[in-house]
Design a protein around this ligand. Sequence first.
Ligand SMILES: NC(=O)c1ccc[n+]([C@@H]2O[C@H](COP(=O)([O-])OP(=O)(O)OC[C@H]3O[C@@H](n4cnc5c(N)ncnc54)[C@H](O)[C@@H]3O)[C@@H](O)[C@H]2O)c1
Length: 317
Amino acid sequence: MHTREQKRVLITGAAGQIGTELTIALRERLGNENVIGMGHRTKAPKELEEGPFIYGDINDLESYEKIVDEYEIDTVYHLAAILSVTGEKNPQLCYDVNLNGLYNILEVARKRDQRLFCPSSIAVFGNDEETGEVVLKPTTMYGVTKVAGELLCDYYYRKYAVDVRGIRYPGLISWKTEPGGGTTDYAVAIYYEAIRNKKYECFVRADTKLPMMYMSDAIKGTLDLMDAPLENLNQHSDYNLSSMSFTAGELAESIAKRIDGFECTYVSDNRQEIADSWPDEIDDASSRNDWNWDPAYNLERMTEDMLANLEIKLKEE
Ligand SMILES: NC(=O)c1ccc[n+]([C@@H]2O[C@H](COP(=O)([O-])OP(=O)(O)OC[C@H]3O[C@@H](n4cnc5c(N)ncnc54)[C@H](O)[C@@H]3O)[C@@H](O)[C@H]2O)c1
């Protein structure tokens, strides 16, 4: 069984950090009219005005079904979610959107034979209290919903043959759209503040090391996984994906090399605890083996590109 061709695609969470860039990338491939962005409360970014953009709530099954039928959607990239930090502020909402919302997406896909991309996160991991080993025992509501979400997606694959695929994204760094309430937001904010004020107060310690990825690699990984022939996949919704791991201190150094006088200070808040519960490295051998995952960016290349693009963007604002 080969991967079916995508005709009409819907992206939930299209106004978000990943959604904005994924919508642009898919429109380049499939044409503006064939890629429908779905937002919730956040206004559509200017870059997405070229094609259809609608507003809806994934928790409202009836209206979601209407959207899917009206646009004859055959593939959904389901990016709508409540992220880790926002999720700890409102765990009930996080549960509702990330699990009840996902259930709606899966049920609609089952009934209409749609293909699905449903991302997970390194937040699925936690440290075993006794052995210190990295295990699938998250301590945040976000992590709990992501582990349960992976299991739910795999269930729909096994039971109903819904072709659902997913990546455990690490912290994503990008310049087009700002991140939406995650633990790794400092790794984006630091670039903005370096350009604006030559200083940044980081909310995790300098020695906090986490797996990270530049957005263009994340988009490439997403498209490559969705393009891969189904028979090559030994996993479905829980592919680890890695490209670089660095400490907050190393990130600050890579910026200081390029911005004279940049200074970073470190004052941890409650986000430190979440960061400490996640692994600092990820083994992504199965993504490399099954669908030839091969990232392009390391820390230095990413910093070069982030600063060049943000300089232009912030001047235009
Ligand atoms: N950005 C990262 O670093 C990162 C890392 C790991 C995993 N992920 C995962 O990738 C996906 C996308 O993340 P992102 O960073 O782009 O998130 P984001 O917060 O930037 O965007 C998510 C979007 O979902 C929308 N949304 C919230 N509730 C909704 C609802 N009820 N109905 C419809 N839309 C709703 C929001 O309006 C928001 O624009 C999520 O599943 C997230 O868990 C992201």
